[in-house]
Design a protein around this ligand. Structure first.
Ligand SMILES: CC(C)(COP(=O)(O)OP(=O)(O)OC[C@H]1O[C@@H](n2cnc3c(N)ncnc32)[C@H](O[C@H]2O[C@H](COP(=O)(O)OP(=O)(O)OP(=O)(O)O)[C@@H](O)[C@H]2O)[C@@H]1O)[C@@H](O)C(=O)NCCC(=O)NCCS
Ligand SMILES: Nc1ncnc2[nH]cnc12
Length: 288
């Protein structure tokens, strides 16, 4: 029997899911990143490797597909919020099964999951601001089935009175729309190659994010060093130049001394690449 080709909607759903996974893989491969896993090694982690992160990313494609499928052309309401909450938690279980219990991408499932859903709700229309706005509407809705556990992130949010992953999404991902995407585009326009432009986008996030991973492991001194170090990379002209590269090396050393790693910022970079791609600013696949 002749196999029917997928409908345009199915094709779109697959594309959203595959792009989300591809952006996670591109994020972890981007090198060098301060304190984070990259092609050089495990950064400030003892239980994460590049191969593990890639395996984790691949395990999430079915979750992203299910999120896109359930969200296609639906409005932001409690029924959808609860469906995606359930799918997100199932995705976390898939990730844990793929990594033998190591948390590789919890924050990324949250951020990219909401953005994949928002992209599908809008059926491929809307710019990055609109996609983030719709994702924020979802993130602000209550999920009655959410377990009342007290996570590391929540502990940090309460102790330091700072916004964490939840607030970043509820506010419409300001670190992506106001910092990372504008920096990515500005660096490209200034002639930086794609690696340098992406590293600059990560630096833009680091200048202001209250990354609960950094705060949990090493407190405010590490967060301040991260924000200041990233500012220095950008004021030196970004990673494309020798002064920026030197400043990044200094930041990397500081993060390793603090045993700190900005995992939340890495997730937001992957989400930035995803938005950049789905809103068509960069159609070509990046292969370094
Ligand atoms: C809303 C949730 C994300 C839960 O958030 P919460 O803060 O309560 O819980 P955490 O378990 O701490 O996860 C938060 C993760 O978010 C990332 N993150 C941190 N700061 C920010 C920030 N300011 N903005 C955005 N994102 C941020 C970060 O994820 C990355 O780090 C992870 C590694 O973390 P961890 O294991 O703690 O770190 P290590 O240092 O390696 O551990 P040790 O070595 O010390 O043991 C990694 O996963 C990265 O992704 C934070 O960890 C959300 O999960 C939720 O509520 N989900 C429910 C399901 C749902 O509704 N889903 C809907 C959409 S699918
Ligand atoms: N490259 C990376 N290194 C460590 N933690 C991360 N979480 C998401 N991406 C990461």
């Amino acid at each position: 029997m002749k196999r029917l080709s997928p409908t345009p909607v199915e094709h779109h759903l697959h594309q959203l899911a595959q792009m989300a996974t591809a952006c996670l893989i591109e994020e972890v491969n981007l090198t060098p990143k301060p304190g984070l896993v990259d092609r050089r090694g495990s950064g400030a982690h003892h239980d994460l490797t590049l191969a593990l992160m890639e395996r984790s990313a691949r395990s999430l494609t079915p979750t992203f597909y299910a999120l896109a499928q359930q969200s296609w052309q639906r409005p932001a309401d409690i029924a959808l919020r609860e469906t995606i909450g359930q799918l997100g938690r199932e995705g976390e279980r898939q990730m844990m099964a793929a990594t033998a219990g190591v948390n590789t991408h919890r924050g990324a499932i949250w951020a990219l999951g909401l953005l994949v859903s928002a992209g599908a709700m809008l059926a491929g229309t809307g710019d990055s601001h609109r996609v983030c706005e719709v994702a924020a509407q979802l993130a602000r809705l209550p999920d009655r089935a959410a377990p009342k556990t007290f996570s590391k992130g929540l502990r940090v949010v309460h102790r330091f009175r700072v916004p964490g992953a939840r607030e970043e999404a509820q506010q419409g991902f300001p670190h992506i729309t106001r910092l990372a995407l504008p920096q990515l585009h500005a660096s490209r326009r200034a002639g930086a190659d794609e690696t340098a432009a992406r590293i600059d986008a990560l630096m833009a996030i680091l200048t202001s994010l209250t990354d609960t991973c950094v705060l949990h492991r090493a407190g405010l001194p590490a967060l301040r060093a991260m924000q200041e170090g990233a500012r220095q990379v950008l004021t030196a002209g970004g990673y494309a130049g020798a002064a920026g590269r030197k400043a990044l090396e200094k930041l990397d050393n500081a993060m390793l001394r603090f045993n700190a790693s900005p995992g939340g910022a890495a997730d937001l970079l992957a989400a930035t690449l995803f938005l950049d791609r789905i809103t068509g600013a960069q159609a070509a696949t990046f292969n370094d």
